[in-house]
Design a protein around this ligand. Structure first.
Ligand SMILES: Nc1nc2c(ncn2[C@@H]2O[C@H](COP(=O)(O)OP(=O)(O)OP(=O)(O)O)[C@@H](O)[C@H]2O)c(=O)[nH]1
Length: 489
């Protein structure tokens, strides 16, 4: 940018404000939409997906329990079984055979009968033991005996099967007169439930486990929670556990050992006297929208950068044009008087510090009115522009050429004393006069007159130009097409 141009406005500030507005706007909308999505995802987890998984598993378990209850009911009503008991439990082998058959036919894990009269616990493998009211493991029998309903479902370690966790259907047996004579039923391994849990865990990507009334984890799918862990001990659920167990069902949140928020759905299963815990990590659920948030922010920043760049280019061009319009004469492409006046302030200040010689040349086209009259105003314009071009071509970069008035051109020669200025003026005059201007196929001969004034330290621009003007007047009066020197001030 030439030194004489002043910035009309500072567009960096404008771009900064624009950039800030766009960035803040984009960020605010991105975060708001993230928060809205987050809330609706969490709501969906708490209100729909976790309860749905929980009730799915619950109903599957209930469905799985219907068949064993039916089998146990059939056993309790079996004529053979009741007759065998009423006839004094004589042949153990017969009962063993019967129980083994039931076990094998229905794929049960265990089948049993406990006699009220003898207290003997029969299984498909023979007599297991004699039950006793003092033995805590036999508490189930005395509970069943006291039942008002026909049966109970009980989860216990199975003594007959290396204490494997087993779901027992304990069915009350009556004789033909309706007197209680014992308890029978089958035992199921919890493998089926475990399989169900594992499958749901994998399908829905959440942790599913069962907790007993004491707060211990009693059944897990594969590799989620450790078995037999007392949840009271954990820092995560621990503090809330008593409340959770008392409430029987509900939704909760807690921070796990890694600091991740877990959303937990709890439902009590009265058939098993277990709590079904279904939980899902909040962070994993929000992974997708978090990624979307970052992509949104990236796109927003890119858009901001593109908009700022485009605005920068547009403003720069616009500023350039405005500055040009304010400083350049449209017809000749020369500096206008306004721009020159601004520029001179600086040049005169420089001159004070470093007084290098300067000279003003005021050039005026001879008989320009005639050229206009003869060839038309347009042709006159072309001649004027042509002269400006020839002057510019002949002068140095550091010299200034100004359209001073209608057909008056002012030249400032820097680092140039009077004799050099005269020489240059003469050469310019000769250069213009030597070659006619070709306009619309017509040759128009043109001459110029020039007044020369060397700049004197301390002078104003007006004073120096006015002396050059006086010299020009002299040149015109002396017959035109010549160079005259200004009288000393
Ligand atoms: N085509 C054209 N003519 C202009 C322009 N500016 C001024 N003029 C004309 O230039 C003419 C100047 O005329 P005068 O001041 O009488 O001077 P002159 O005819 O050149 O005669 P001398 O200067 O005495 O040699 C006027 O007719 C103006 O209208 C311009 O931008 N374009």
């Amino acid at each position: 940018m030439p030194p004489y141009r002043h910035r009309l406005f500072n567009h960096s500030r404008l771009l900064l404000i624009l950039g800030l507005l766009l960035t803040v706007g984009f960020l605010v909308t991105s975060f708001i939409s993230y928060e809205v999505s987050k809330r609706s995802i969490l709501e969906a987890i708490v209100e729909q997906s976790l309860p749905l998984t929980s009730s799915n598993i619950y109903s599957e378990i209930q469905k799985d329990l219907v068949r064993p209850v039916l089998i146990s009911s059939t056993m309790a009503h079996d004529t053979f079984l009741r007759r065998w008991v009423l006839q004094g439990e004589a042949d153990v082998e017969e009962m063993t055979h019967y129980l083994r058959e039931v076990r094998q036919r229905y794929g049960a894990f265990a089948s049993f009968f406990v006699s009220e009269r003898s207290g003997i616990y029969y299984t498909g493998d023979g007599v297991l033991k004699q039950i006793s009211p003092d033995e805590p493991r036999d508490a189930w029998y005395y509970r069943t005996r006291a039942l008002t309903e026909d049966y109970e479902i009980n989860v216990d370690p199975d003594l007959a099967n290396q204490d494997a966790l087993t779901i027992f259907i304990n069915y009350r047996v009556y004789d033909f007169d309706g007197n209680y004579i014992g308890a029978t039923g089958i035992g199921l391994t919890v493998d089926a439930v475990r399989r169900l849990v594992t499958e749901h865990q994998q399908r829905f990507n959440r942790k599913i486990y069962f907790v007993n009334k004491a707060g211990k984890v009693v059944l897990v799918g594969n590799s989620t929670k450790a078995l037999n862990v007392d949840l009271h001990d954990g820092a995560g659920i621990g503090p809330q556990l008593e409340h959770i167990l008392a409430a029987e069902s509900g939704s909760y949140q807690y921070a796990d050992a890694d600091g991740n928020t877990q959303i937990l759905q709890v439902n009590y299963l009265p058939e098993l006297k277990w709590y079904l815990f279904v939980e899902q990590g909040q962070d994993a659920a929000l992974d997708g929208i978090q990624r979307t948030l970052w992509i949104n922010i990236l796109i927003s920043l890119l858009i901001t950068a593109v908009v700022i760049s485009l605005a920068h280019v547009a403003l720069r061009n616009y500023q350039h044009r405005i500055e040009e319009m304010a400083t350049i004469d449209k017809l000749t492409g020369l500096l206008n008087r306004n721009a020159f006046t601004m520029l001179m302030k600086k040049l005169l200040a420089d001159h004070k510090r470093d007084p290098q010689p300067m000279a003003f040349l005021l050039a005026d086209i001879d008989f320009f009115k005639q050229i206009n009259d003869r060839h038309g105003h347009m042709a006159g314009d072309e001649v004027l522009a042509g002269i400006a071009k020839r002057l510019l071509d002949a002068l140095r970069e550091s010299d200034l050429v100004v359209r001073w008035g209608g057909e008056e051109l002012l030249i400032l020669l820097r680092h140039c004393d009077l004799s050099e200025a005269l020489r240059i003026a003469e050469s310019l005059r000769r250069g213009i006069g030597e070659e006619a201007f070709a306009v619309n196929g017509q040759a128009i001969p043109v001459t110029i007159s020039i007044g020369v004034a060397a700049y004197h330290a301390g002078e104003t621009t007006e004073q120096a130009v006015s002396r050059a003007d006086a010299a020009l007047y002299q040149a015109k009066n002396a017959g035109r097409n010549r160079v005259c020197v200004a009288p000393e001030a």
